[in-house]
Design a protein around this ligand. Sequence first.
Ligand code: PMP
Length: 362
Amino acid sequence: MPRSPDQIIRPEILALSAYHVPPASGMVKLDAMENPYSLPPELRNEIARLAADAPINRYPDARATTLKGALREALAIPDGMDIMLGNGSDEIIQIIALAFARPGAILMSVEPAFVMFRMIATFTGMDYAGVPLRADFSLDVDAMLAAIAKQQPAVIFIAYPNNPTGNLFDAGAVSRIIEAAPGVVVVDEAYHAFADASFMDKLVQYPNLLLMRTLSKLGLAGLRLGLLVGRPEWLSQLEKLRLPYNVGVVTQLIAERVLRYPGILLQQAEAIKAERTVISKRLMALDGIEVFPTNANFILFRVTQRYKAGEMFQELKKRGILIKSLDGSHPSLKNCLRVTVGTPAENAQFLEALQSSLKNPS
Ligand code: PMP
């Protein structure tokens, strides 16, 4: 008799829950940090033509030379730095972890952080160390420095701004962590388009710094394209772990074409930032809601009266609005929910549903 999965699969994988993606059909979808806007019709027509003529009988350009050139320009990547592309930045996190995974090697982040840091540590057999943020979700530098000294992490991931809290950590605090780290520090700037600061210009200064970006939050989540920027001595090693054709022909063509019009996505990001202010203010004005500061395209808030977060999530769902409840994911996120900024109409629907839930529970 062949052995069953639970006899042969690693216990830590058996213990995992798969990354949960809730069904969203027919809902106002404000749960996944997507850009709610589509591209202008002329650009969509260009994309349709590109897709029609794409040589999909051939493997993609494994080096993605044209796309990397476009990224280099659009993202102002410093001279001397290399780029590695991933099927979303999730894949890049995994490539990085694979490079460092050996028995006892530690992947460190803060808590709460993006869940994939911990999950990918588990996938790759690394040990995960999460250093708690302070109650206001700021970086606890002393705790972080102590943990670094004690645990000697091979790699530290810091999302800047952080997910799920939305705040931007103090740049000086992050720099101290980079300076103290015995291994590499990956600054994950997934939400860069909505933030006031970046570590891109620090790449030249810090030899152990890698910077990760994604096109997902900018408006191309469906394309799946993430990138890592860093020194050739790191990236040439990580490249060995990248599967040869991980970024498809159509993704390369479309991403390169959209990057020719950087103004479009930037304008959409500006609209999202403006709406973020509107929602935050409206939330702050509500009794029973505590709102946290954000530099991302989502807002973290806590329900303090009448409902628990899970109940509020259900109330909103009944009213056709899908957001994310973070209750139970970390003690500091008790009764917290996260809403992604949508279009003005979607945001108005969300706020109306929230207000009506607070007033008249169903
Ligand atoms: N990093 C952070 C901080 C994120 O929040 C996310 C998406 N939720 C990712 C990386 C992954 O994004 P993608 O794989 O779409 O590039």
